[in-house]
Write a protein that binds this ligand. Structure first.
Ligand SMILES: *Cc1c(COP(=O)(O)O)cnc(C)c1O
Length: 237
């Protein structure tokens, strides 16, 4: 179990170095430990070692783990959210990284109005442009933000993106850079009701490049918890 503590230290060190290279303070970067397929005992070890934010990509799995681990840590939904899972999702997650359609926004708005919650979300942008990937097209993002800003029970705090799978993380850099430009552009719009502050991008293979390009939330699984079993090992979104 010690490996998790050592891995966590190493990831934090690498985050700090990347932040410094970009002239930013390491404390500005929130580490979300992605725990999909990781058993609760191992998650608890990471929490014991100081992990405060955990990310899951499936509502049902998160729900089972939430019952064991509880709400002393912040829960992040990093995977796609189906509309029929919105109700349990808003009961668990502090931040939903994957708002990617008007219909989903409407479902979140309705469910939150019922329990009087304001749900923090990030808008997922399809930065890779791959058709198989979720997310709002970059050129539609500003309009989408203007729309969602009007929902009373949704608070959009930023953007999330997933770079394409590449061998050399340097090849992901242009996608992160484009994402940061979009983020800055969106902030400059000063859309009423919006206070954009989070840019969630970077995973095990590319988080240092993402931080250099402006990420302030990174979502890291394998570098902390080790390789996942193969059937679910790919990052499915
Ligand atoms: C699985 C997953 C991650 C973490 O990926 P690793 O390669 O294990 O660091 C981050 N973001 C999303 C959306 C994921 O599904």
């Amino acid at each position: 179990m010690e490996d998790i503590e050592a891995n966590l230290l190493d990831v934090r060190r690498r985050i700090a170095l990347a932040a410094r290279r970009a002239g930013r303070s390491p404390e500005e970067v929130t580490l979300v430990g992605v725990t999909k397929t990781v058993p609760t005992e191992r998650i608890k070890v990471a929490i014991g070692a100081g992990l405060t934010d955990i990310g899951e990509n499936r509502v049902q799995e998160a729900r089972d783990k939430f019952r064991v681990i509880g709400g002393d840590v912040r829960w992040h939904l990093v995977g796609h959210l189906q509309r029929n899972k919105v109700k349990p999702a808003i009961e668990i997650f502090s931040l939903i990284h994957s708002l990617d359609s008007e219909r989903l926004a409407m479902a979140i708005e309705d469910a939150c109005a019922r329990i009087n919650k304001v749900q923090d979300v990030l808008v997922e942008v399809n930065i890779s442009g791959e058709e198989s990937k979720a997310g709002i097209a970059p050129e539609e993002t500003l309009d989408f933000l203007r729309l969602v800003a009007q929902f009373e029970h949704i608070r959009v705090l930023g953007l999330m993106g997933i770079a394409p799978v590449v061998v050399d993380p340097e090849d992901a850099r242009p996608f992160f850079r484009r994402m940061k430009e979009l983020f800055d552009e969106a902030k400059e719009e000063h859309i009423p009701g919006l206070n954009l502050r989070y840019l969630s991008m970077g995973m095990t293979n590319d988080f240092e490049v993402a931080i250099e390009e402006g990420a302030n939330i990174v979502r890291i699984g394998r570098a902390i918890f080790g390789e996942r079993p193969t059937p679910q090992g790919r990052c499915k979104t």
